[in-house]
Design a binder for this molecule. Structure first.
Ligand SMILES: NC(=O)c1ccc[n+]([C@@H]2O[C@H](COP(=O)([O-])OP(=O)(O)OC[C@H]3O[C@@H](n4cnc5c(N)ncnc54)[C@H](OP(=O)(O)O)[C@@H]3O)[C@@H](O)[C@H]2O)c1
Length: 264
């Protein structure tokens, strides 16, 4: 039920946000709280999750947290049960948890490739499937997958990450098709470079190429027409739109938010 003391575009809505302990997930959680949503936040680092939770609570509303590894099916089953128990129901799922590992394709350790797939693809699948069952029973809901520009093109030395994000774009299309008749919107955001801990993982590119991190960043920026990295808060704005009723007519889309990176 809408809380008249907390006006906002997500007032009266409930949301489950994965990867909420830092970075883009934290920014989305805080914007959602500001827009009036009640939240269940999840990640594996409890201390960081508690920080996000405290910041979100400052906006009022209910904020619960649950520690879970999204690649663990049993943990995700318990997570979704906890979200429904805490919030009553889930209106919006923000499927944001993700990992990154840079390595040349010929050197990629199978266990590293597997981990990227387990978190970025299977993790997104587990959470999405279980939440979609819940939403289908209600005949409404919105899912927002955080994919990447890496889901739309090829990049050097990050084959597992790109393969995982292409898979997430594909999952988003298929889910959009299957869920449309059930009144559920499924869309993805494809960010370009965003200033978070994940950008630090870019250091490995420098090591692989034998160039300093500053040069790697310069080269990355040269590919962005707007000549800057994005802020997590800018991704959160699009996540608010996709979680609110303004986007009711959109499904199956993977929206670029990349400073124009894929124009060149
Ligand atoms: N930064 C970028 O340039 C960029 C660009 C395009 C797309 N993205 C995507 O945006 C999403 C968020 O990335 P970010 O930049 O905010 O990165 P980040 O700062 O590294 O945050 C990643 C989040 O995912 C969580 N996570 C990782 N593995 C997990 C697991 N097994 N189970 C549950 N949670 C897990 C982390 O929490 P814990 O450590 O607490 O588990 C953390 O909250 C990712 O899907 C990423 O691929 C990022």
């Amino acid at each position: 039920m809408a809380d008249v003391s907390r006006p906002g575009r997500l007032n009266g809505r409930t949301a489950l946000v994965t990867g909420a302990s830092r970075g883009i997930g934290r920014a989305i959680a805080l914007r959602y709280a500001q827009e009036g949503a009640d939240l269940l936040l999840t990640a594996t680092n409890r201390a960081k999750l508690e920080e996000t939770s405290a910041l979100a609570q400052a906006h009022g509303g209910r904020v619960g947290l649950y520690v879970a590894d999204v690649s663990d099916r049993a943990a995700v089953l318990a997570l979704v049960d906890a979200a429904v128990a805490t919030l009553g129901h889930i209106d919006v799922l923000v499927n944001n948890a993700g990992v990154y590992k840079a390595a040349r394709l010929v050197d990629y350790a199978p266990e590293d490739f597997d981990r990227v797939m387990q978190v970025n693809v299977y993790g997104a699948f587990h959470v999405m499937q279980l939440v979609l069952r819940h939403m289908q029973a209600r005949g409404r809901g919105k899912v927002i997958n955080i994919a990447s520009t890496a889901g739309k093109w090829g990049s050097m030395n990050q084959s597992a990450y790109n393969a995982s994000k292409h898979a997430l774009v594909g999952l988003t299309r298929c889910a959009g098709l299957e869920m449309g008749p059930h009144g559920i919107n499924v869309n993805a955001i494809c960010p370009g470079f965003v200033e978070t801990d994940m950008l630090e993982a870019f250091r490995a590119h420098g090591t692989i190429l034998g160039v300093p991190f500053d040069k790697v960043k310069e080269a990355a920026l040269a590919r962005v027409p707007l000549r800057r990295f994005l802020k997590p808060e800018e991704i959160a704005e699009l996540a608010v739109y996709l979680g609110a009723s303004e986007s009711d007519g959109m499904t199956g889309q993977s929206l670029l938010l990349d400073g124009g990176m894929l124009l060149v």
